[in-house]
Design a binder for this molecule. Sequence first.
Ligand code: ZN
Length: 272
Amino acid sequence: MKLIITILIFITSVIYAKASIAVSIPPQKYIIDTIAKDLVNTIVVVKPGNSPHTYEPKPSQMVALSKAKLYLAIGVEFENAWLPKFAEQNSNLKIVHLDKNITKQSISHNSKVKNDPHIWLSISNLKTIAKQSADALISIDSANKEQYSKNLNIFLEELEKTNAKLKEILSGISPREFLIFHPSWGYFAKEYNLKQIPIEIDGKEPSPKELVAVLKLAKKYKVKAIFTQPEFSQKHANLIAKELNIRVKKVSPLKERVLDNMLEFANTLKGK
Ligand code: ZN
């Protein structure tokens, strides 16, 4: 009798267990939670405070990933080294690359390589990411297709509303240039006709000569603040802020509530 009950519990748990979906960064969790609600479990690999450029998953995350059904890759750097390892230990893992239909831009104006990975900080890119995420969810769970499609449409409407709000906030902003340590807001800047001036050059701290050039630009455009993010060192940002007599503001490209994060950033840029 005891054995039968154990077997029954096991079978029930297999049948009713939610599928685990893995994503690289928190903004993707927000998208999956919006589209899938409680139909799936979402595993986020890079938590805020860590850099998706250099992250190495923990052993406990490797265990969780070994049971995942779907991995939604977004094109951040750590995936290059780790996706093959995730696939190797989990032959049932379906990997979908959400960045494949997104046109990449270069990370700074003096670089010709179009490899800026921060694609999620853009309403139009988020539309593509959300649609492809929904398609991927349906591909592994077609029984709930209607739910996913319905929730996707609600999310797409929310994106439109946020876009209108962002346009309104940023319409008369001056200056349109902003100073930022790590250049993660390039797609956002392009969408609203803004220009980010990065302090970091090609992922490295600037040389004294490069720093002088940045200071010159910042003075020319009369920027009001310098943006830093918790994932990177504050040393240079504080120095520059002191030199230019401007404020240091924190912003993270990895906050889960990506739409609120964009609105908050726009309001901070405007000086609210
Ligand atoms: Zn980055």
